[in-house]
Design a protein around this ligand. Structure first.
Ligand code: TXA
Ligand code: MG
Length: 348
């Protein structure tokens, strides 16, 4: 793959050119409020295939389709019930993806990976909405990173991963939420969270007035706990260095990380610590990266992926990350940290 990748500003002329590229079967990265997406016309199998190729994405992992208005929704999905309707009312445009019954033939088969459902989202970003509306097609878009790398929250991250492999990037500045959308499906009048994200469980329950369960909840039977969101089974979001997530009482966590990092450093390893403002002064490592204040988990969410990329840029071989309380957006943050750690989680 070796094509010219344009870096467009988010002005009218550039958005029109990006939209034309999508209509003509090209692939274009664009800003959303969560992370940057890599878009293709969801109805065009050749265009969608290029998205999988550019990312190196496994073909059994379906894509989210982005829409700009309700008319596009009706063309894409079959009639749905009251709970999805209430969720759309409450959270669209916004960081919520809803899995709905797909209208046969409305999306290229690779978009749904052969399922009879499609994941749909109306992003809350003016540039994304203008681009989709101007393209006049539903836009299938996974996050605009190489598969397995942290999702991009800046146009520069997209260029880092995909320059030469895609037709262009519209630069809309930093993504506001910083973590991918919440993915849900509705079954038996309950909302099942397939991927935690920008919309919290608490907010979903309040808006829909029904029970909200999470993938893998303890009360689920083993068969029920089989992953329904194919993407969740892949290692994701990982920095190049080996990362360990450390959970527990604050003081014990700091003592553990301090000890481990010092030992690794003495053994000649470049070490990194991912921490919060309140604890930054405590550590002695080659890279101490602060992703925000403990008091403002939404800020840590916004900066997480840039922080993971920073460890890579600084050639860090081993990383320790402090956990945070799994409440509100903290739940999504912990989910991504655990994935970045590839399951290396230490409780102290
Ligand atoms: O915030 C976001 O959601 C970003 C921006 C660009 O919108 N997109 C994103 O896409 O994160 P991606 O492809 O990286 O993640 C899509 C997730 C995967 O976990 C995938 O398995 C799941 O949605 N998914 C897609 N279609 C599905 C379906 N029909 N049923 C269940 N899960 C589905
Ligand atoms: Mg992704």
């Amino acid at each position: 793959m070796n094509r010219e990748t344009k870096l467009w500003p988010a002005d009218e002329t550039a958005v029109a050119e990006a939209a034309r590229t999508l209509r003509e079967g090209g692939i274009v990265a664009f800003p959303t409020e969560t992370v940057y997406g890599l878009g293709a016309d969801a109805r065009n199998p050749q265009a969608v295939r290029q998205v999988f190729e550019a990312k190196g994405r496994p073909s059994d992992n379906p894509l989210i389709v982005h829409i700009a208005d309700r008319e596009q929704l009706d063309e894409l999905v079959l009639p749905f019930g009251g709970i999805p309707a209430r969720l759309m009312e409450a959270f669209w445009p916004g960081p919520l993806t809803i899995v709905l019954p797909v209208r046969p033939g409305a999306a290229a088969p690779q978009v749904t990976a052969g399922l009879d459902t499609v994941a749909v989202r109306m992003p809350a970003h003016p540039v994304a909405l203008r681009l989709i509306a101007a393209a006049g097609c539903p836009v299938a878009a996974p996050s605009a990173n190489r598969s397995g790398r942290p999702s991009p929250t800046l146009a520069a991250h997209v260029m880092e991963d995909l320059a030469g492999r895609i037709d262009g990037v519209v630069d809309g500045g930093p993504a506001e939420v910083g973590l991918e959308s919440t993915v849900v499906m509705v079954e038996d009048k309950r909302i099942r969270v397939l991927r935690p994200g920008g919309v919290t469980r608490e907010a979903l329950a309040e808006a829909a007035g029904c029970e909200v369960i999470a993938e893998g909840d303890a009360r689920e039977s083993r068969e029920d706990a089989a992953p329904r969101s194919p993407g969740m089974k892949y290692a994701h979001y990982a920095p190049r260095g080996e990362m360990t997530l450390v959970i527990g009482d604050g003081e014990a966590v700091r003592a553990y990380i301090g000890r481990e990092a010092a030992a690794a450093r003495a053994a000649g390893c470049r070490t990194g610590v991912l921490t919060f403002e309140e604890h930054a002064g405590f550590y002695d490592a080659d890279a101490v990266v602060v992703c925000g204040s403990l008091a403002r988990p939404e800020q840590a969410a916004q900066r997480l992926y840039a922080a993971l990329r920073e460890f890579d840029a600084r050639g860090i071989g081993r990383i320790w990350a402090e956990g945070c309380p799994p409440e509100g957006i903290g739940l999504a943050l912990m989910n991504r940290l655990a994935k970045a750690a590839g399951g290396r989680i230490v409780r102290v």
